[in-house]
Design a protein. Structure first.
Length: 605
C-alpha cells in the first residue's frame, strides 16, 4: 500500500487527533529523512500501520481484513500459486458459500492484478485490503523449507571446525555460518509458533527442541563441534559474558520478523555435557487479548470484570509455571491502563511491556527483591500494583497492607486451584480477617491445546466412555447432568465454540452436544492431523478457568480457618464453575478434547 502524502495528511486531519503543529513537524521529518509521509507517520507512532490502513480502506471503500498467518488454511492459500501471490502481494484467505475467493492485497487499486487473479482462479474474487506486514507473514506460509535441510547446508561449511579450538571473532561474526544457524533456529521457532527454543548439548551432538502449544518437540541434531561458537553467538546477541561457562546467565535481545518485534529472553545453564541455552520467544508487537479471547465467559467473566474496577483489594491468579498467569495479568493491566491511573509493577522477569506502566525487574544481587521492590512502590503514589509472585510471608503481608490502604493489588501464587490459595496465605501467617477483607477474587487456570478446526472429528461416546466421563467429572446424578447442559447452553450464548467451523472441515459445533440426561457427542483430534496443525491434531492453546469470589460465606470459612475443600464446596454451591467443568464445557463446544482436559487437570481429577 502506497498512499500519497496529500491523502495521508487528509486522513490524519480527519482523525482529529493531530494538531497543525504536529502535522508540520511530521512534514519536516519527512523532508529530513527523505521518506514518504506514510512511513514517517508509522515510524513516529502517530498512527500504527493497522490504523493507517483502516483509514485508507474507509477512504477508498474497500473492506479491511486483519490477517492471522497462523490461522490460514494452506489448501485455500495455495489456490493462488506462490509465484503469482508474491508478484502481486496478494493471498487467498477464505472462500464464501457462493464459491467467491476472498483475497487480501496491499494495493487493492491494482486492477490488472485483480483481473489476472480472476482468470487464474477461474472464478470471481472479492478484494480486501490488509497491512503490508500481515500480507508478508501470510506469504511466508508458502515457505515449506525444512529447517533441518537448511541447517545442513549451513553446517556443511563448518567441517573444518574443531570443538576445543579457541574461538575467533570471524567464527561468530554477523555473516558467519554460526550466525546464519542461530538466525535459522530462531526464525523457525517464530514461524512454528514456539514459546521456547531449547539448545541442549549431548555427548555426541547438540539437540534443538521447540516448545509448541506447551509440548516439547525435537527438531534437529547439530554436530557437537559447533556448540561453543553457537552458544557464544547467542551470548553476544544477549550481551552476556562469552568467557563465563561455569555460572548461569540471563539476558535479552530483540529481532524483527515480518514486521513483528520479538523479544527473546535468554537463559544459559552449565550442565554435565556443556552449556545449555533456553530462549523464550515473546511477541512484543501483539496486543493484549480481551477476556473473551482468553476464554472467559459467563459468571467467571462477570466476576473478573467486577473485581478489577474496584478501588482497592487483591486479585490473585494461581496455577503452575506456564499456565498463562502472566498473560492474564497483562490483559487485565492493559484494560485498566489509562493516563489517569498510575500502574506500577515488580516482576521476575518482565515478560510483557505495558505502555504507560512503570515496570520494575527483580534483581536480588542488587538488593531488589519482591519485598524491597513492593516497599519502594508504595512510596511511588500508585493506584494499581502488580507483584509478579507472592513467595513468602513478608511479601504477602506487604501486598495485604497495600490492598488495605487503598490500592488495587494483583499478584500470583503457585497453588493447584483457586480454593487452595486462601489457606496458603494463612500458612504465610497472614491474619484470617485480613485475607477475608482484602481478597476480591482468586482465579485458577491452566492452558490446554485447541483442536485443529480443519481435521477434528466428532464422535458419539459409548456407554463405557459415558461411565468414565461421569467418574472423571463427577457427573454422578441427573442434577449434575442437567447443570452441565445448562452451562453448555450459556457457553453457546456467550460465543464459546460458535465460530469453530472450518471451510475445509464441515463438522460444526453450532448445536449443543448435551441433553438434560446425557452427552450425545464429543470431539477428538484426527489421528494423523493435517498440514495446518503440523499433523498433531491440535493448533494453538486457550485457557480453562475457575474464578472464586470472596463472598460473605467464603469469608466466614476463611476466618474460621476452613480447609480448601470446604471453601471450594461453598464456592461451587454459590455458582463457581471449576476448571475441570469449564474445560469439559469447552470440550463439548468442540474447542478441545476430553483427554486434553484430563491431561492438565489430573491432580484435580
Amino acid at each position: 500500500m502506497r498512499v500519497s502524502d496529500d491523502l495521508v495528511e487528509k486522513l490524519l486531519t480527519a482523525t482529529g487527533k493531530i494538531s497543525e503543529e504536529q502535522l508540520k513537524a511530521l512534514r519536516e521529518q519527512e523532508n529530513n529523512d527523505k521518506k514518504p509521509l506514510q512511513d514517517v507517520v508509522v515510524a513516529s507512532n502517530t498512527l500504527s500501520e493497522k490504523e493507517l490502513t483502516k483509514l485508507y480502506a474507509e477512504e477508498i471503500d474497500v473492506p479491511f481484513i486483519e490477517l492471522n498467518a497462523k490461522e490460514l488454511h494452506k489448501d485455500i492459500l495455495k489456490l493462488i500459486p506462490e509465484r503469482i501471490a508474491k508478484q502481486y502481494r496478494t493471498v487467498a484467505f477464505d472462500v464464501d458459500q457462493d464459491d467467491v475467493v476472498l483475497v487480501a492485497m496491499e494495493d487493492p487499486d491494482d486492477v490488472p492484478a485483480i483481473s489476472f487473479l480472476q482468470k487464474q482462479l477461474g472464478r470471481p474474487v472479492r478484494v480486501y485490503i490488509a497491512t503490508e506486514s500481515t500480507v508478508q507473514a501470510a506469504l511466508d506460509q508458502y515457505d515449506d523449507t525444512n529447517v533441518g535441510t537448511e541447517l545442513a547446508k549451513v553446517m556443511a561449511v563448518q567441517d573444518e571446525v574443531k570443538e576445543d579450538e579457541p574461538l575467533d571473532e570471524k567464527d561468530v561474526a554477523e555473516d558467519s555460518p554460526i550466525a546464519q544457524t542461530v538466525n535459522l533456529i530462531i526464525d523457525y521457532g517464530v514461524k512454528a509458533g514456539a514459546s521456547d527454543v531449547h539448545i541442549e548439548p549431548r555427548e555426541n551432538f547438540v539437540l534443538v527442541r521447540y516448545r509448541v502449544d506447551g509440548i516439547l518437540r525435537e527438531a534437529n541434531k547439530l554436530p557437537r563441534k559447533v556448540l561453543n561458537s553457537l552458544i557464544s553467538r547467542i551470548k553476544i546477541l544477549a550481551n552476556l559474558k562469552i568467557d563465563e561457562h561455569r555460572a548461569p546467565q540471563d539476558g535479552r535481545f530483540k529481532i524483527s520478523v515480518n514486521g513483528h518485534i520479538y523479544a527473546l529472553r535468554v537463559s544459559t545453564l552449565p550442565i554435565v555435557d556443556g552449556e545449555k541455552v533456553v530462549m523464550r520467544i515473546l511477541d512484543e508487537s501483539s496486543k493484549a487479548a480481551t477476556l473473551e479471547e482468553l476464554g472467559y465467559w459467563g459468571a467467571a467473566k462477570a466476576a473478573v470484570e467486577h473485581a478489577i474496577v474496584q478501588p482497592h483489594g487483591m486479585v490473585l491468579v494461581t496455577g503452575p509455571t506456564g499456565s498463562g498467569k502472566s498473560t492474564s495479568l497483562f490483559s487485565v493491566l492493559s484494560m485498566l491502563n489509562n493516563p489517569g491511573i498510575n500502574i506500577s509493577t515488580v516482576e521476575d522477569p518482565v515478560e510483557y511491556r505495558v505502555v504507560g506502566a512503570n515496570q520494575t525487574q527483580v534483581n536480588p544481587t542488587a538488593g531488589m527483591t519482591f519485598t524491597s521492590g513492593l516497599r519502594a512502590l508504595l512510596r511511588q503514589d500508585p493506584n494499581v500494583i502488580m507483584v509478579g509472585e507472592i513467595r513468602d510471608g513478608e511479601t504477602a503481608d506487604l501486598a495485604v497492607q497495600a490492598a488495605l490502604t487503598g490500592h488495587l493489588v494483583f499478584s500470583t501464587l503457585h497453588t493447584n486451584n483457586a480454593a487452595t490459595c486462601l489457606p496458603r496465605l494463612l500458612d504465610m501467617n497472614i491474619e484470617p480477617f485480613l485475607i477475608a477483607s482484602t481478597v476480591r477474587i482468586v482465579i485458577g487456570q491452566r492452558l490446554v491445546r485447541k483442536l485443529c478446526p480443519d481435521c477434528r472429528e466428532e464422535y458419539a461416546p459409548d456407554d463405557a466412555a459415558l461411565t468414565q466421563l461421569a467418574k472423571s467429572f463427577k457427573l454422578h446424578n441427573a442434577e449434575a447432568m442437567k447443570h452441565l447442559h445448562e452451562l453448555e447452553g450459556q457457553a453457546l450464548e456467550a460465543g464459546i465454540g460458535a465460530k469453530n467451523g472450518s471451510k475445509i472441515n464441515k463438522a460444526s459445533s453450532a448445536e449443543l452436544a448435551t441433553t438434560e440426561k446425557t452427552i450425545s457427542k464429543l470431539w477428538k483430534p484426527h489421528e494423523d492431523g493435517c498440514d495446518n496443525c503440523g499433523h498433531t491434531g491440535y493448533r494453538s492453546r486457550m485457557g480453562i478457568y475457575e474464578v472464586l469470589t470472596n463472598t460473605t460465606k467464603v469469608q466466614q470459612l476463611i476466618i474460621s480457618s476452613g480447609t480448601s475443600e470446604t471453601i471450594e464446596t461453598q464456592a461451587i454451591s454459590e455458582g463457581m464453575v471449576t476448571m475441570q467443568i469449564d474445560g469439559l464445557v469447552k470440550a463439548l463446544r468442540g474447542q478441545t478434547s476430553v483427554e486434553e482436559i484430563l491431561r492438565v487437570t489430573s491432580s484435580e481429577a
